[in-house]
Design a protein around this ligand. Sequence first.
Ligand code: PAF
Length: 281
Amino acid sequence: MRLDAVAPLRTATAGWRARGERIVLVPTMGALHAGHLALMAHARTIGDRVVASIFVNPTQFGPTEDFSRYPRDVEADLALLAGAGVDAAYLPGVETMYPPGFSTRIEVADLTEGLCGAFRPGHFTGVATVVAKLVNQVGPDVALFGEKDYQQLRVITRAMRDLDVPVEIRGVPTLREADGLALSSRNRYLTPQERAVAPRLNAVLSRIAGALSAGEPATGPVAEGIADLEAAGFAPVQYLAVCDADTLAPVERVVRPARVLAAAYLGRTRLIDNVPVAPGT
Ligand code: PAF
């Protein structure tokens, strides 16, 4: 079922809720790939009804970012969603999400200041605001997000908690190509040469995670990792950092769950990735 407006969406979800069915929302910006389909498959296992939204949210793109060239292929996406057994594909228009006079924004402090937030001013405000709207429109029990956008996952979790929004936010581990590259809609921008180099990002992060789990402090492995990425052709490496998995505060020695996170350009394509680090024994 394809829905474009809030009223029919609410009619559908109200019917499901009245029957005691558990609703799972998977928000996306379309250009669906196997990573999204893994989210849909996971949604099926934890809920009775799955709603996937497709909305390329203009407010989370900066003026020089790729909003206008962001890949869009609605027909292909709808076919994939139908194949994934999604109950409703929700495709609101810009006028539904941002009607004239729209003037409310959700700003999450602290968590948004570093990492991607330092390079993408306003990005997480756009994300938190649109996700709050999608959650209010759908009224899901659970909303799923990929861990590839780890800072986004933390920001959304915090925003929903702080605002007492009755939804459980869950992260789903990143799906990767066989060579380690995290699946992303933006991978299709990579030239063949860049695609060959791209898995180095995950290799570097995994190596750092191993060193930290073995008890090494972060500084040395992170410096080596940046040098390694630069030598491979990533430019600029915007950040490569070790952070607490909850607060995203920088960490030098891993004594509780942490994350190694990075963002770097390969040609014109900005890649992000992160891996978990378990404290050493
Ligand atoms: O991760 C995304 O695709 C987007 O940031 C999201 C969560 C759908 C909000 O527009």
